[in-house]
Write a protein that binds this ligand. Sequence first.
Ligand code: UDP
Ligand code: MG
Length: 320
Amino acid sequence: MEKKNILYIVVPCYNEEEVLNETTKQLEKKMNNLVEKEIISNQSRVMYVNDGSKDKTWELIEKISKEHEYFTGISLSRNRGHQNALLAGLMTAKEYADIVISMDADLQDDINAIDEMLEKYHNGCDIVYGVRSSRKKDSWFKKTTAQGFYKFMKLMGVDIVYNHADYRLTSKRVLEHFSDYKEVNLFLRGMFPLIGYQSDIVYYERKERVAGTSKYPLKKMLNFAWDGITSFSVRPIRFILILGVLIFIISCAITLYCIIVKLLGNAVTGWTFLACSIWMLAGVQMLSLGIIGEYVGKMYNETKARPRYIVSRNLLEEEK
Ligand code: UDP
Ligand code: MG
């Protein structure tokens, strides 16, 4: 099967007027280079997604798309956050592109990894994950919290690529399947591994922001992490159930103990009744919560209505 090669690079931008010119300069060089080498078609584009910026970002994007051949843009009606902006860009780009790469506007992700990503794509990969080999330039705090988060996600049973953010190559067919994932609490880096197909990893060094400041303050980071955990794992609910079972077992032991103390005649009047009630009620309650939680967890998975399977090849279709 011959692979076509219109590449779209999707770049979400929120108040990024300070970096856009530099980003454009560097990406333009990269695009020219790739087109010259005939690795990508000359219909390829960089698509900026303006995520309801409050500064001159959109005016700048309009200007850039007029003056530079390989640049275009879309604008959201208001700020919807990084993940939604990225999704909007991916879903728009897939209509025009054969290959889509997503990356941040601040050039923290080394754009030279694009060559290697495309090479892997041409060797048969449908998804190529950009993975940070080192985080020397990140603050201690960002590094520790981010890496701790990836480890915690693994512990929660979520299939996530360690140290991979949203720098990623995806083929058109992956994005087409992706549009069947209807959930609204987006955690894109956890969703792509669900799709399957052949994938690979490209390592790069994470750099410092070219200009401007981070658009991910602590509050947004925490929200994002919380979304990641609760959108992908029902293990927190299972913990309640396990805790309930444990407390129930302990309460049975305590009841036995109280009865023995009572029979030995060492109990104050009413103590046996009170002690047993407290433990038994708490145990039964926690157990019930856990069981209800199990059903809530099932409902939560049902409401997400994720596709149950993806057919990667169909010989009947290929024969035609
Ligand atoms: N971003 C966005 N909408 C937002 C916040 C951020 O589109 O509400 C974009 C931002 O312009 C950048 C990317 O998401 O291209 C990542 O943000 P940033 O580099 O500030 O995050 P950090 O690298 O500090 O985690
Ligand atoms: Mg950044």
